[in-house]
Write a protein that binds this ligand. Structure first.
Ligand code: PLP
Length: 279
């Protein structure tokens, strides 16, 4: 199994990380996760755009040109013979003696690895249970940073309640999941939090909105209160890893259940249509 460290493909065992990388001290870095279907990365251009946007917001210099990044990632997929899986890549600000203040002179560090994909068959068909809890994260959730403690803590909290995902609210307004975006459906209209600083604008979220609108669904991107969950017809989460996964129950600060509904199923089918096919 190979990984990428800066511009090199190396066997995983040969990777070595510098002790003074700001990624360690401060979680000072950004990342992306791309799903791979039949050896082909899906929506790579969207992910690279978002990486660039995260980098700009944090003044993290990207270590090399996009073309080089794509070439390296494709080489990694080939080397690891990834047909259906995930590729994770991150850029940390690089190595400096520990100091909160960054200098703008560091050399960014690029790393990447691949993972097998989860089997989504059961959860996509029957849905998942989610845990409604407080959004304890910071106010720049639009940046895809590796500093994920708020997300990590609520994911554990959800799992301890036998829920597969945590759904978060800030003072009663639903934001998103710990590693996914949330959609509600009511009378065939889709509702989701707008792409502000309070959520990560998921690539899957963007594609689902596009698909829905192309197929004559209305999509309302407005904040809504937790109580709306009780009146929705359907609910689902989206991410590169879980695609469109229905919610079958909400537990925690509010309890309700959903059937896997026709709009969710329709969008799942339409989403499958845009995924890379085998050659
Ligand atoms: N929101 C958060 C907090 C995430 O971590 C993720 C992905 O991991 C998403 C949303 C979904 O983003 P995407 O569809 O780009 O995978």
């Amino acid at each position: 199994e190979y990984i990428i460290q800066n511009e090199q493909l190396l066997p995983k065992a040969e990777a070595s990380i510098n002790f003074e990388d700001r990624g360690y001290y401060f979680g000072d870095g950004i990342y992306e996760v791309i799903k791979v279907y039949h050896g082909q990365p899906f929506a790579m251009d969207h992910h690279l755009d978002r990486l660039r946007s995260s980098a700009e917001k944090l003044e993290i210099p990207l270590p090399f040109e996009e073309k080089k990044m794509i070439d390296l990632l494709m080489e990694l997929l080939e080397k690891n013979k990834v047909m259906n899986g995930l590729v994770y890549f991150q850029v940390t600000r690089g190595v400096e003696p520990r100091n909160h203040l960054y200098t703008r002179n560091s050399t960014a560090v690029f790393t990447a690895f691949t993972q097998p994909a989860q089997n989504l068959e059961e959860t996509q068909k029957n849905g998942v249970d989610v845990w409604l809890t407080d959004d304890i994260r910071w106010l720049r959730c639009d940046i895809k940073t590796i500093n994920l403690l708020g997300n990590v803590m609520v994911k554990r909290e959800a799992a301890d309640q036998n829920c597969q995902e945590a759904i978060l609210h800030r003072s009663g307004t639903i934001t998103e999941g710990s590693s996914s975006n949330l959609f509600l459906v009511k009378d065939k209209v889709l509702y989701t939090h707008p792409a502000t600083n309070l959520i990560l604008n998921g690539i899957t979220r963007q594609l689902v909105i596009e698909l829905a609108e192309q197929h004559q669904y209305s999509v309302v991107e407005e904040p809504f209160p937790v109580e709306v969950l009780e009146h929705a017809d359907e609910a689902f989460i989206t991410s590169s890893s879980v695609e469109i996964t229905p919610i079958k129950s909400v537990k925690g600060q509010l309890s309700t259940t959903f059937d896997v509904g026709p709009v969710t199923k329709d969008l799942q089918a339409k989403f499958k249509d845009i995924l890379p096919k085998s050659n």
